[in-house]
Design a protein around this ligand. Sequence first.
Ligand code: UGA
Length: 441
Amino acid sequence: MYKIAVAGTGYVGLVAGVCFAEKGHQVTCVDIDSNKVEMMKAGTSPIFEANLEELMQKNYAEGRLNYTIDYQSAYEDADVIFIGVGTPELPDGSANLSYIATVARQIAESVIKDCLVVVKSTVPVGTNDKVEQFIQDFLVNDVRIEVASNPEFLAQGSAVHDTLYAERVIIGTESSWAKNILMDIYESFNLPIVSVNRRSAEMIKYASNDFLALKISYMNDIANLCELVGADIQEVAKGMSFDERIGSKFLNAGIGYGGSCFPKDTKALDYIAEQNGYELKTIKAAIDINNEQKTILYKKARNRLITFNGLKVAVLGLTFKPGTDDLREAPSLANIPMLLDQGAEIFAYDPVGRENFEKVYPEGENANGLIRYVESPKEALDNANVCFIFTEWGEVKSLQPSDYKTFMRTPLVFDGRNIYSVKDMEANNVEYHSIGREATK
Ligand code: UGA
């Protein structure tokens, strides 16, 4: 078993740390925020993630997991240090590596024995080489330091499961010493391990995420054409999915991909290509389609209604997908400001995203309209003139077509997640517009 330190307690770092502890390693998670550290020690997770708190509490109680702001004590005698800090997008689309650099410097100044540094954060190809050089440059003690790449493939909402039962583990190393340590750490996970060089590992992460983003944008593109020619995107996706070369996952058309990864990683790879004198046309197309797709429902609704001024607008779902409280790049954030500008009176429902959304749009008057937060989807629908569905939460899906007719003043629904069958909505006299399917007659 290894003595592991993990830098950063966001999605990547905290989940990795907890899962390594669960597999028996001795783990210390490092963060700069002392309140967060105290909160985690008390067993509260800073992120909304299924099963995470239970595993945090169990492994902390059993002494395999700890949290600290004292990076020096965590790094100095660690066998392995995983870096899981953020690499947010800079205005030019490139990845901001300043958090990685800070951690690299702290490691260089702290370590007193040989140590493998493993970068889990998503970083541009070649970054690991630079991190290794950077650590060597600042190294205080005469010890062996090597950097390896071990990109993360967890999705928010299923992060613990995705880590413990990953479809593959990618390890990118430049020596058998580094490779053997990572193979050892992952041995008890009993998962397929793909061992490659460092730069390939870095590229696998971007290429995988961008492929999925492209798949979604492709389906959204086809969906828009389906509407024009009278085809149904859900039937089309079903027909496609039986071809194993295409697969059945990530074929759902909607109002665009959001979250902290696909938008950032598509732009970052596009930037990397440009920096290398190459134009990545596929990814540029994915980005463009996604930007357009986010407001496609709003445009449809505006054409239908002329204006939103003084209308009661029900909004169901604020987060970028169900199972998370994360709002980053959520379609709601692209649509709600336009609705408010147009004078809409918004009644918004989200089972967990409300608190985060309220920080951006406090309850009350905003621009020319106003926003209120409600406790149930039915409360949002009550007497509404129009309803937008932005996130397919179970609570939203459990609404029956007849509920829209019963509760709304005028049953007019714009669904960005294709939750209902058009026929069912039609049978319940609901005017229903969705993505890639004909509207109700
Ligand atoms: C994504 C990847 O799925 C993970 O494998 C990866 O590790 C992660 O990014 C990351 O790089 O950290 P995540 O952003 O949590 O995970 O969410 P996804 O479940 O992939 O969904 C992303 C967006 O795509 C959501 O807005 C979702 O609504 C949208 N989506 C997904 C569709 O519009 N259609 C689909 O068929 C699937």
